[in-house]
Design a protein around this ligand. Structure first.
Ligand code: RP5
Length: 174
């Protein structure tokens, strides 16, 4: 990924990142890292729609008053975490379907994305924690000009890194 621009991510968390299990950390820590690169403070918590439903609902109910602006929820299998959080808050929720052994994450994808009308979850690709972080940052950038500038710089660095790849050294005709 492109290197950051040195923006700090200290301070109160603006994004709550929630996993159904510690086994989801290898995927979801990518969202933490990318938000830090963009200078956005986040917190990473473990809670489950099925194993700790009271904790999950209480977290969603109190997130806004704690200054959280957006929630990112990653879960695998019968992945109801993002939907349960969405039922308890008006904060935007981004769902990350975690890859699984049995169905490659298609189980997680369908159980995250197929929300009933009235309770949306914006679902990214299977394992798409970095896109979840970028989408969260883009939403926050609607009212944060400095963050919008950092996002624009991040995208420029991504493009430049691809153009600088030696496999693109051969000029195209015209
Ligand atoms: C889900 O069950 C979690 O999000 C995880 O992806 C999956 C398996 O959890 P563990 O059995 O590894 O704790 O709730």
């Amino acid at each position: 990924m492109p290197a950051g621009d040195g923006a700090g991510s200290a301070g109160s968390p603006r994004v709550g990142i929630v996993c159904g299990s510690r086994s989801d950390f290898p995927v979801m820590e990518k969202a933490v890292a990318l938000l830090a690169e963009l200078g956005v403070a986040s917190e990473l918590r473990v809670m489950s729609a099925h194993r700790t439903p009271e904790l999950a609902t209480r977290y969603a109910e109190t997130a806004a008053q704690r200054g959280i602006e957006i929630l990112i929820a990653g879960a695998g299998g019968a992945a109801h975490l993002a939907g349960v959080l969405a039922s308890k808050t008006l904060l935007p929720i981004i769902g990350v379907p975690i890859p699984t052994q049995v169905a490659g994450g298609l189980d997680s994808l369908l159980s995250t994305v197929q929300m009933p009308r009235g309770v949306p979850v914006a679902t990214v690709a299977i394992g798409g924690a970095e896109n979840a972080a970028l989408l969260a940052a883009q939403i926050m950038a609607l009212h944060d000009d400095a963050l919008r500038d950092r996002l624009a710089a991040w995208r420029r660095r991504m493009t430049a890194a691809i153009l600088a790849d030696e496999s693109n050294a051969e000029p195209l005709p015209g």
